[in-house]
Unconditional design. Sequence first.
Length: 256
Amino acid sequence: MNKLLVVYALLVSTPVLQAQDAGDLASALFSPKRIVKTNLAGYALLSVSANYEQKTGMKTSVGLLAGYKLPSTIHVEAIGRIDGEKQTYTGDVEPKGLYLNPYFRFYTKEAFKGFYLEAFARYFNYSYLLPYDYEKDGRNIRANLDGTAQAFGGGLGLGVQVPLAPRVYLDLNAGYGMAVGSAHVETNDPNLDRDDYLTIKRNIEKYQDDADVQVFILGDVLKDPEAYSTDSKAWADFKNKVFPIVRGGISIGYAF
């Protein structure tokens, strides 16, 4: 009798299990395979972006976030001790330029839904103007250094993505990593001549040798510039600097 009951239970439950398997298979086949998103939090920082995420497995996806940073003010400070005298500089820069964030995600439940672990890379290429004042021939002159900064790095992040409607998703994430980059600043001020550019070069080299001149920007410290000059310009390079990077966002997207 017990054997008959077991057989009966198996016969009754088999169609239910098959139906569940068929439902899971249908959900996997007909569910969205890609999402296009934009980071709403980025707009507060004057950063416009588009984010494409592609499902690659039941629990995995890959994506690319690409954006452009519009000019926004960042405070810069420089400090050093030259010939026993403390020298300081403060000013504001407005970096702008392109950034890219490719990433891979592993979801704990299923792709596009629930919590996930993310591995990401980051590249950016920004340009900016660095204002400064100087005196020449009895005049106080306001000028700008032309600057560029590039970096590449990566890190890990955590996030959660939830459906708000059948094809509308909310994506919340935060991450941390490290990057290596370089910065370049130069001046070709028409008010300066060859001797002025040579003096700028020597001063930068003197700052490098005699003092630990530090430039504070975005919470990071740049040291040890390499200085150069010609008859028409002077410039300095900060090479292979390691610094932390932070990734985060509140994104809204459409799945299809």
